[in-house]
Design a protein around this ligand. Sequence first.
Ligand SMILES: [Zn+2]
Ligand SMILES: [Zn+2]
Length: 172
Amino acid sequence: MSFSASARRVRDQTQPFGRRVMCLHECLEQFNLFGFEATRGRLRIMVGATRQGWTDNQLLDALDVLEEARQSWARFATADLAQSMAAKRLDRNHRGPSQLELRRVWLEGYLSGTRAVAWGVADLGECTKCEHLLIHHGSRRGCAACWASPDIDWDSRCRRRIPAFRRPSPHP
Ligand SMILES: [Zn+2]
Ligand SMILES: [Zn+2]
């Protein structure tokens, strides 16, 4: 099922609640910022889901946050695709960035300022092992930036995970 079809079901109050939660998980499988688990965990903190499960409002809030990110990514990817197609017309050998490279650039731009604070990733900085930003370390296989670099061989790819949700320390 597409992201938007699943999202519609999350909002559909006539569906059983457990079903709607599963539909949010479907959305998360199709789109996430740091892999399924880390994105879901952070969403729960963002909407104040401190007890087991979700309330109706928390579920809807989490979907709103996720959807906003997905729309931003879609806009970014489309704009870049158009640019890359235009470049190709001018230069036949032009090779556009891969999807993974695009994702990396988008995520770094998207998670800045108040949004980085909201997602608990402000001031995370770089990984001491691979030197890519820690926001790329969400997925189970480790650092997505390492995976996106063709010149980093399989064994050298960083397997570290993104640190837990962190509220920024208040600046004096
Ligand atoms: Zn790393
Ligand atoms: Zn890395």
